[in-house]
Write a new protein. Structure first.
Length: 150
């Protein structure tokens, strides 16, 4: 299999496509059997792209083991939540409803809720997922909580 960066000659839309071989791409392009996903045009050609050459495992200095990779992933996820989500504490269900129904500006939030409140949100069609404890940052010191994080 080979991945090509493609461009539509009709609308200049750039996209990627996988092909069995270079010859397979040429054959399909000649028969105008490659469609632009944006406009449906058939004037599709290859773009210049750098080859994706992967080094061998031996060529990766300081390769992390799986446990270290997982710890780094969890750390980054926790940091992402901390920096990009508003902590709303035990008011999570009310805040989620207010955002969903347009009473408040849309923003990512996190906090605590009971299993019953989570179920009620789901019944209303409000997207909310539990944040596993390893991924949850520590709430701000000024936050008031009735129960520990789930």
């Amino acid at each position: 299999m080979i991945l090509y960066a493609l461009v539509c000659g009709d609308c200049d839309h750039e996209f990627e496509g996988w092909f069995a071989s270079s010859e397979a791409f040429e054959r399909l392009a000649k028969r105008k059997q490659i469609d632009c996903p944006d406009c449906g045009g058939h004037k599709v050609g290859k773009q210049i792209m750098a080859p994706a050459v992967r080094p061998s495992d031996k060529a990766l200095p300081g390769k992390m083991d799986e446990e270290a990779l997982m710890k780094e992933f969890v750390r980054r996820a926790r940091e992402h939540v901390s920096q990009n989500f508003d902590y709303v504490g035990e008011d999570f269900a009310e805040e989620a409803r207010a955002i969903y129904y347009g009473e408040q500006e849309h923003r990512p939030i996190w906090g605590e809720t009971t299993p019953e409140e989570r179920e009620a949100l789901a019944d209303e069609g409000i997207p909310a997922l539990p944040l596993p404890a390893p991924f949850a940052p520590k709430p701000p010191k000024s936050a008031k909580r009735k129960q520990p994080l789930n």
